[in-house]
Design a protein around this ligand. Structure first.
Ligand SMILES: Nc1ncnc2c1ncn2[C@@H]1O[C@H](COP(=O)(O)OP(=O)(O)OP(=O)(O)O)[C@@H](O)[C@H]1O
Ligand SMILES: [Mg+2]
Length: 366
């Protein structure tokens, strides 16, 4: 496989397999997962995981605004993990990475190829070349033209990559893989697809991730993304509602949402309307997908992100959309180490899609 001679490679295009932990630095928390290989064929063992909350605005829109806060959460998470592994795979938000397929003449020598890639990249990347990390992978002969090859370009602003690597470093971790969030989520999604009847071959599955601030819908067919869209909607809105209605602090509202103990009318006056709002936004997002693609059916909806753990959300979405809806658990077919509490993992699993996909990079055969 070819590789650019660039200083911090965007490794999601390449193979790496030393022991590592998946580290997801997201808006609400840092999340870590360590997997090992099980003696069962193609099986995994969940060795350890940790979720450590981040203060509000420490990370927003995928940018690290408060390096110290991120670093502290990473240190706490690592301590809880109790792992000896120091290698980490990280992910950049999709918005921080530009990918583009280009065509180049076939038969170029490696140096010439690198030169051509750089000069082509110039046209597509809206930043000065010394501000970006650039990487590429030769996909193969161009369809229908033996004289050309298809090359996948990936570029990210150095600042985005470096911030994450610095955060990891400050916690004693070494970033050896830098992936992109949707790719990591798709890798974990393979674990979920395997749980669907017939592996959902030739069917459309909508992976709907509802996090703290963003709802991302990613429609996959045979494991490949065919449509994706983000919108501002997430659990933070529910937390705010709880604060306003019951006069609670953000911390109290967050704890109440997760562990119960809120007043009796929480369910009817706050949670139910939020669930209905999410369900109608999911239905609307599916309509957007149908109008902008050749597809007119989605066979399954898989709910991911922290909000997927909200009681009754799956039922509300299924009722509104009339599509089979399930809550993501990429660990469902994995063996759990005795350290793991199965009930807690079940609750946390939907928010761990990206960390899980990143941890799977340890065994990535591609
Ligand atoms: N067990 C739970 N019950 C209810 N809500 C939960 C639970 N766990 C997490 N959440 C909520 O999910 C949200 C965080 O989800 P997640 O960790 O997927 O977000 P994120 O990836 O950090 O954010 P984003 O994707 O918006 O950048 C928070 O609003 C949190 O309150
Ligand atoms: Mg998220």
């Amino acid at each position: 496989m070819l590789k650019g001679n660039f200083d911090i490679p965007l490794d999601f295009l390449h193979t790496r397999t030393p022991p590592l932990i998946g580290v997801d630095i997201s808006a609400s928390a840092v999340k870590m997962v360590e997997l090992s290989e099980s003696p069962k064929k193609n099986g995994y063992v969940v060795e350890r995981y940790a979720i450590e909350a981040l203060p509000k605005d420490a990370v927003s829109d995928g940018n690290i605004n408060n390096l110290d806060a991120v670093s502290e959460s990473l240190v706490r998470a690592l301590k809880r993990m109790g792992t000896r592994i120091k290698n980490a795979s990280l992910a950049l938000p999709a918005a921080a990475v530009i990918t583009k397929k280009i065509l180049l003449p076939s038969g170029l020598r490696e140096e010439d190829l690198e030169y051509q890639v750089e000069s082509e990249a110039n046209q597509y990347i809206p930043f000065a070349m010394d501000e970006v990390n650039l990487d590429f992978q030769v996909i193969g002969p161009a369809p229908g033209n033996a004289e050309e090859i298809e090359v996948l370009l990936a570029a990210s602003r150095k600042a985005n990559v470096e911030d994450r690597i610095a955060a990891a470093q400050s916690a004693g971790l070494k970033a050896i893989v830098v992936d992109v969030e949707p790719y990591a989520a798709e890798m974990a999604f393979d674990q979920i697809r395997a749980q669907l009847p017939g592996g959902a071959v030739d069917q459309c599955v909508a992976l709907v991730d509802i996090g703290a601030n963003v709802m991302n819908i990613n429609v996959l067919r045979n494991g490949q993304s065919v449509y994706t869209r983000d919108q501002q909607l997430g659990g933070e809105q529910l937390t705010q509602q709880i604060q306003n209605v019951f006069g609670l602090s953000a911390e109290e509202a967050e704890a109440g949402k997760r562990n119960g103990g809120l007043p009796d009318n929480y369910e009817s006056d706050v949670l139910a309307p939020f669930r209905e709002n999410v369900a109608s936004e999911v239905a609307r997002a599916l309509q957007f997908f149908f109008t902008s693609s050749q597809f007119n059916e989605v066979n399954y909806i898989v709910l991911a992100g922290g909000c997927a753990a909200l009681a009754g959300l799956d039922d509300a979405v299924a009722t509104r959309t009339q599509v089979n809806t399930l809550v993501a658990n990429p660990f469902a077919q994995m063996t759990l180490s005795s350290r793991i509490k199965p009930r807690q993992l079940q609750t946390d699993a939907p928010a761990l899609m990206i960390a899980c996909g990143l941890a799977m990079r340890r065994f990535d055969p591609s």
